[in-house]
Structure formats: structure tokens, C-alpha cells
Design a protein around this ligand. Structure first.
Ligand SMILES: C[S@@+](CC[C@H](N)C(=O)[O-])C[C@H]1O[C@@H](n2cnc3c(N)ncnc32)[C@H](O)[C@@H]1O
Length: 198
């Protein structure tokens, strides 16, 4: 199942993962976007957009380009079916290589909700996020580390806040973290904010 949480490979697994995420992540997805503080001129990149929970919120704030990076064809099909606004570009790339789609120093805000556990090797992805973010740009990971400790290590190797923060610092980011409790078990999460310095 960990493998299918990372990237659903069939419509059935897509449906199961989507249902789990819909039930467990709705509040966190909305809260994460609010913390990201998207401004009206911001270019945004969401990595692991899955079924679009956060995208629905992001479009409320900016009419500039929004890149939705989603490696799963099953989820990309779900996203296309939503008839999202024209400023959303759905990209099927692995997030470690966005060179053909997003130029250096382009993105103001980058979001990954329940994503970072799966990025392997993490440094490759963080280097790519550093490349696409503008100087002064902000990235934000929303993570439920407590809930994923049982995940298969080979699919989800990044299970610790300390480890992720150390990797972000090594990639050149300035990092802060916090814990948010929205009131129920599925809605407690760690926020990791990372700035690309000017
Ligand atoms: C656990 S889901 C979380 C989805 C959503 N953000 C949420 O919280 O409901 C992880 C998502 O990231 C996508 N993903 C995982 N690795 C990826 C990669 N290397 N590049 C792009 N997307 C990736 C998966 O296909 C999946 O949709």
C-alpha cells in the first residue's frame, strides 16, 4: 500500500488512495495553502497534487501560472477531469527533473503535502526545488510524520523532521518548522517552511 500512496498505479488503487486522502487530508490541504500565503502575483508549484485538494484553494489566491506536478497518470486523469482553471498546468514529470517545464528562478511558492517521505534520493529533489524557486521564494512541506512511521522504508525513506530539515539546509535553504493541530487525529501535522535566500 505504501507504494500506492506514493504513486497509484491502477484506477482501483487511485480510487483507494484518493478516498483515503480526501477523508484524511482535506483540512490539512486547505490549511497548508493558507500558511503558504499565496499572493495575487505569485507563480506556484504544487508537487504531488494528486486529486487537487490543495489546487482548489491555491486558485483562489493567484491568477498567475500554477504548476501541478503529478507523477501518477491515474491522478493526472482525475485532475484533468476537474476542468481546472486555465492557469493550472498539469505536469507528468518526476519532480526531480522539471528543466523542460520550469526555468531557473521562476516560482514564488512551492507546496508539497504528504510528499517528502517519498522523495528518493531527497537531495536530488531539493536541488531541483532550489533551482526553480526565485531568490526569496518560499517552499512548504506539510507532513504527518507520526502517521507514516509504519510505511515501507524502501518507498518512504524520509520519515523524520530532523532528517528533512538537515537535507534542506544542505541544499541551501533557510528552514523553520512548527506543529499544527486542527483538532482531530487526521489533522495534526508538521509544517516545514524553507526559504531560498536572496
Ligand atoms: C501521499 S500522496 C499526497 C497527495 C496530496 N498532496 C495529499 O496530501 O492529499 C503523494 C502524491 O505525490 C505524488 N508523487 C510522489 N512522488 C512524486 C514525484 N517524484 N514526482 C511527482 N509526484 C510525485 C504521488 O503520485 C501522489 O499523488
Amino acid at each position: 500500500m505504501t507504494r500506492n500512496m506514493r504513486e497509484p498505479s491502477t484506477p482501483l488503487f487511485g480510487w483507494m488512495a484518493s478516498t483515503l486522502m480526501q477523508n484524511g487530508n482535506q483540512k490539512v490541504a486547505v490549511s497548508a495553502v493558507q500558511h503558504l500565503q499565496v499572493l495575487s502575483n505569485d507563480i506556484v508549484c504544487e508537487v504531488g497534487a494528486s486529486n487537487g485538494l490543495s489546487l482548489h484553494e491555491i486558485v483562489k489566491y493567484t491568477s498567475k501560472d500554477i504548476y501541478a506536478v503529478e507523477i501518477s497518470e491515474v491522478f493526472r486523469r482525475q485532475l484533468r477531469a476537474l476542468n481546472l482553471p486555465k492557469n493550472i498546468f498539469i505536469l507528468g514529470n518526476d519532480a526531480s527533473d522539471l528543466k523542460d517545464e520550469i526555468s531557473d528562478n521562476t516560482v514564488n511558492k512551492l507546496l508539497g503535502v504528504n510528499l517528502v517521505y517519498f522523495l528518493n534520493p531527497l537531495n536530488l529533489y531539493l536541488d531541483e526545488f532550489f533551482r526553480i524557486l526565485k531568490p526569496g521564494g518560499l517552499g512548504f512541506f506539510a507532513c504527518k510524520f507520526d502517521n507514516i512511521q509504519g510505511f515501507d522504508e524502501t518507498v518512504a525513506p524520509n520519515k523524520s523532521e530532523v532528517q528533512v530539515i538537515a537535507a534542506l539546509a544542505k541544499a541551501g535553504f533557510e528552514t523553520t518548522s512548527d506543529f499544527i493541530d486542527l483538532g482531530d487525529e487526521n489533522s495534526r501535522y508538521t509544517t516545514i517552511k524553507f526559504h531560498k535566500p536572496f
